[in-house]
Design a protein around this ligand. Structure first.
Ligand SMILES: Cc1cc2nc3c(=O)[nH]c(=O)nc-3n(C[C@H](O)[C@H](O)[C@H](O)COP(=O)(O)OP(=O)(O)OC[C@H]3O[C@@H](n4cnc5c(N)ncnc54)[C@H](O)[C@@H]3O)c2cc1C
Length: 346
């Protein structure tokens, strides 16, 4: 059997107390379900596998996946979570395996804008063309736009000699908002995504100004596997609408459940293809129950039945929804996905 591509990282102490538990908690905040076993952690995600353990003063990480892009993608996600769980730890890690130092990370793709169309009062559909979209074929529903700050020439990321993707900082730091593929056809070289326009948004400014042929840099794919469960309860705001649409379109016709979508403007209630056994309720933000309350009002199938709760919206609202479901429905971590899609300014 051929060995799968892998990357191995290692760091020596000191480590903060409960490092593995902290990492596991960070993963859960990102909707992942790690398994913990006596000082070790195992995560199967996005077609790959991550093992971490802390033993004899060494912290070790092993990442294995089907191709180099997936390894680097997973490594990027792990480094991000480790940075939150234990500040400074990733700077001390040595890696074996992965891309050649100095090269562009394999999960960065360049595309050309094919067109930008208005599809809702506050929604633009952006269509892109690229020969490199095969990179996005497996591993998640989402990608990131890589946007230079206004007036700055782009400084793209490179992989450093420790296998870490190094991003420009300061004035050259890229803005990297996440989006969801609406259509993705690597063979035809086309993809599209729907962008919710809002105040103070660099991504909105970019999309409004983008002319056909303009270069777009993307990284991904990542995050948010298609949820399981023959019964599903979903809730989201405008930013989650593309993901909800994809999940519903991929759902088996016999799937049952309820979907709540909150919008600030009724003209953003875009059409959805919905299996017969799933109800869709549109909520007006600021009037009546909010997303978390509406979702919590639905009677849940008993524990042990095939059920899944999915929620993506503003961070505070998602936290509240998660707490409600943990307390009231005793949801297991593999039965739920709660993801902050954006954070309201304080
Ligand atoms: C996995 C994932 C998938 C996503 N998919 C999509 C998608 O398909 N389509 C989509 O439109 N968005 C999607 N989002 C949300 C999007 O990434 C964020 O809204 C992001 O902040 C947009 O970047 P920006 O440049 O517009 O604004 P930022 O520079 O990030 O923020 C600028 C200001 O806008 C505010 N802000 C950010 N988002 C919103 C909002 N939705 N409403 C009101 N104010 C806001 C911030 O609080 C801040 O004050 C997704 C997010 C995640 C994590």
């Amino acid at each position: 059997m051929t060995a799968l591509p892998e990357a191995r990282g290692e760091a020596r102490g000191p480590f903060p107390d409960g490092l593995i538990d902290r990492v596991a908690q960070e993963m859960r905040e990102h909707g992942q379900s790690p398994a913990l076993r006596s000082g070790a952690l195992l995560l199967e995600s996005g077609g790959g596998r991550v093992e971490m353990d802390l033993d004899g003063g060494r912290f070790r990480v092993r990442i294995e996946a089907g191709d180099a892009t997936a390894v680097q993608r997973l490594r990027g996600a792990m480094l991000h979570m480790l940075d939150h769980a234990a500040e400074g730890l990733t700077d001390r890690m040595d890696w074996i395996g992965g891309p050649v130092p100095g090269s562009l990370p394999p999960n960065v793709v360049f595309a050309a804008v094919a067109g930008v169309t208005r599809i809702g009062a506050n929604f633009l559909r952006v269509e892109l063309r690229s020969e490199q979209l095969e990179t996005f074929a497996e591993g998640g529903m989402h990608f990131r736009l890589l946007l230079p700050r206004p007036g700055r020439a782009p400084v793209w990321p490179v992989v450093d000699d420790r296998g870490r993707t190094v991003w420009a900082r300061g004035e050259d730091a890229l803005h990297t908002p996440a989006y969801t593929f609406v259509d993705l056809d690597p063979a035809a070289g086309t993809m599209s995504f729907d962008l919710y326009e809002h105040e103070g948004s660099l991504a909105t400014d970019w999309a409004r100004a983008a002319q056909p042929g303009a270069e777009a840099a993307l990284s991904g794919p990542g995050g948010g596997d298609f949820p399981q469960g023959s019964w599903i309860l979903m809730g989201g705001d405008e930013t989650a609408l593309p993901a909800i649409r994809r999940i519903l379109a991929r759902s088996a016709p016999e799937r049952r459940g309820h979907v709540f979508i909150e919008t600030g403007d009724p003209r953003d209630r875009l059409p959805l293809e919905v299996p017969e056994g799933i109800s869709v309720t549109w909520l007006a933000r600021g009037a009546g129950p909010d997303l978390a309350e509406a979702m919590a009002s639905v009677p849940m199938p008993a524990a042990g039945e095939s059920r899944f709760v999915w929620c993506a919206a503003e961070r505070g609202l998602v936290r509240r929804a998660k707490a409600l479901f943990r307390d009231r429905a005793g949801l297991l971590s593999g039965e739920g996905y709660f993801s902050a899609y954006w954070t309201a300014s304080a």
